[in-house]
Design a protein around this ligand. Structure first.
Ligand SMILES: [Zn+2]
Ligand SMILES: [Zn+2]
Length: 322
């Protein structure tokens, strides 16, 4: 088995002459501190207390918005793996955006680029290129990643309501925050909104960070994507990330019955009542390839060693405050 040279991962021909992106700019620290502030909201519950109503709302908001991120942002808007009505498309976008992960077109454009350039220098969030924290969340505060690349999402940009949402990405999350405050008071703001939003952020972000570091590799993709059972439970199926990098066109990411994929089960149920349709299957040839596949120990060891080497030696972007 040939050594997998991460520095020699395929780079698209049209980018070969383009200068390498740099990571020497300062992050948007003010926006970052706003995110930190939301992390601190749950502390308020030590002073106000919280009832089962707020804790239940916290769980509901976590899982409903997780579904919207994985079923909406990822499997619908980024990969178009099923079809739905314009109304439900809007609902998916609004709910996903209430997770405070910027606009629907911004998210999809960056994600499509992630697949095009996985673990190359142009990948916005590669843990082996940029280190854990940049890949986990700081990349979203890095100036080069501010813009929505409309060339990547022409199919979505034809819907004015999605473009409007994308340009006003704070509207859905503020709506949810105000709703929690008005209906449940301060404990609602602290637990139902603050805690669920912070947990949702980190659970989602593990797919960019941990799912490229920990887990098994069924398919020998030219990136470091992994399958991870625990992350799949936490993220309603997104943890089958190596499957997904190998074949991104299917609605389901858990390819086999034992690969639990809650997002897919919910989408399947929604298809029975006509809310979504044309769920794209995993081709039989891919399933068969997966059944035969096993990652040679030599490849896994090379990747593990490289990840460890980079984790200890790669300097992150400028840590200086603006
Ligand atoms: Zn994807
Ligand atoms: Zn990935």
């Amino acid at each position: 088995m040939a050594r997998l040279d991460i520095d020699a991962l395929p780079i698209p021909a049209k980018l070969r002459d383009k200068p390498l992106p740099t990571l020497d700019k300062s992050y948007h620290w003010k926006d970052f501190l706003l995110m930190v502030a939301i992390h601190l909201l749950p502390i308020g519950a030590f002073f106000t207390g919280a009832s089962w109503v707020e804790w239940t709302a916290c769980a509901v908001l976590f899982w409903v918005r997780m579904f919207a991120v994985t079923g909406g942002y990822h499997r619908y808007f980024s990969h178009r793996t099923f079809k739905t009505s314009r109304v439900f498309q809007f609902i998916l976008a609004f709910l996903a955006m209430s997770s405070s992960q910027k606009g629907v077109l911004w998210w999809a454009a960056h994600h499509r680029k992630h697949h095009k350039y996985s673990d190359t220098p142009w990948d916005a969030h590669s843990p082996i290129r940029h280190g854990f924290w940049h890949a986990h969340l700081m990349w979203a505060y890095y100036p080069d990643n501010d813009a929505t690349d409309y060339k990547q999402v022409r199919d979505l940009a034809k819907y004015p309501e999605l473009v409007w949402l994308n340009n006003h990405w704070k509207v859905p999350v503020v709506t949810v925050g105000v709703f929690c405050l008005v209906t449940m008071g301060l404990p609602g703001l602290f637990i139902a909104f603050g805690l669920s939003t912070a947990l949702l952020w980190h659970a989602t972000f593990t797919i960019n960070s941990l799912s490229h570091v920990f887990g098994s590799r069924r398919f020998e993709t030219t990136d470091t994507s992994r399958n991870n059972f625990l992350l799949a439970l936490l993220t309603m199926g997104e943890g089958w990330h190596n499957n997904h990098h190998h074949y991104m066109g299917s609605t389901r990411q858990g390819f086999y019955w034992w690969e639990i994929d809650m997002t897919y089960y919910i989408l399947k149920a929604l298809s029975w009542v006509g809310i979504v349709w044309d769920l794209r299957p995993v081709p039989e040839a891919v399933l068969e390839e997966g059944r035969r596949a096993h990652t040679p120990a030599s490849t896994a060891a090379v990747i593990d060693a490289e990840v460890a080497r980079r984790a200890s030696g790669v300097a992150g972007p400028s840590q200086q405050a603006a």
